[in-house]
Design a protein around this ligand. Structure first.
Ligand SMILES: Nc1ncnc2c1ncn2[C@@H]1O[C@H](COP(=O)(O)OP(=O)(O)OP(=O)(O)O)[C@@H](O)[C@H]1O
Length: 219
């Protein structure tokens, strides 16, 4: 099987500093990988490379066998959803944020899809009218998650996606992500929570000092 994402001897440097060193690994469709490691070890940088928000300074990254450097960024964005550690929401309302991805594709917001996602996360569709300035950190995280799922990505990259959520909403999000994974979505999830990292994941990737420390099979 062709890996969905393959890293071959990837380095990422900023000036003199090597932030990621000699990463080689393969991720297959339907994988669920928890990414763990100390603060500053390079986990977010790894996810940013996976969706080509940044380019490797050495080595190659292949997506479904094609060099990421040659892929159309717009096509890649459709395939790979990414939720940042600190949700980036813009405009005035939640609707501004959820209609924008449609607007840039010259499409009308798909109300059915949006409502389905609200219901998955057990949120009231009335949230569409809420103002961003009034949202809690946890609400912002869930809106950012919903936005990353609008176009049914093949791969979902989550950077501490439940860090601002209470235990109840953390469980809801964990279950939604597990269901998506069972439906075939590949999940890479950075978490500092040891219990969460082992709950549903099939593999545990530990990054330390910019290097792969281990890749442990959990199932
Ligand atoms: N573009 C950049 N230029 C310079 N340094 C950078 C750049 N990007 C990341 N770094 C540094 O590289 C290191 C790894 O950062 P990264 O955000 O990937 O770590 P992390 O493991 O996700 O950390 P955390 O768990 O705290 O979120 C940090 O020391 C960070 O300051």
């Amino acid at each position: 099987m062709t890996p969905q994402i393959a890293f071959h001897k990837v380095f990422y440097r900023s000036g003199e500093k090597a932030i990621l060193k000699d990463l080689s690994l393969e991720i297959f469709p339907g994988d669920y990988i928890s990414v763990v490691g100390p603060s500053g070890s390079g986990k977010s940088t790894f996810l940013k490379l996976c969706c080509h928000l940044i380019s490797p300074t050495e080595g190659s990254i292949l997506i479904n066998g094609a060099d990421v450097m040659k892929l159309d960024p717009a096509e890649l964005r459709k395939k790979i959803g990414y939720c940042f550690q600190t949700p980036v929401l813009f405009g005035r309302t939640v609707e501004d944020n959820l209609s924008y991805p449609y607007r840039i594709r010259n499409r009308k917001m798909d109300g059915g899809r949006v409502n389905k996602l609200f219901s998955l996360f057990q949120m009231d569709p009335d949230y569409l009218k809420h103002e961003i300035v009034n949202l809690s950190g946890g609400e912002k995280q869930r809106i950012a998650l919903i936005r990353s799922l609008l176009f049914q990505p093949e791969v979902l990259l989550l950077d501490e996606a439940t860090s601002a959520l209470d235990p109840e909403n953390t469980l809801i999000v964990e279950r939604v992500i597990r269901t998506l994974n069972q439906d075939g979505v590949t999940v890479l999830w950075i978490t500092h929570n040891p219990e969460q990292s082992r709950k549903y994941a099939g593999r545990l990737l530990a990054i330390e000092n910019g290097e792969i420390k281990s890749m442990e099979a959990l199932k």
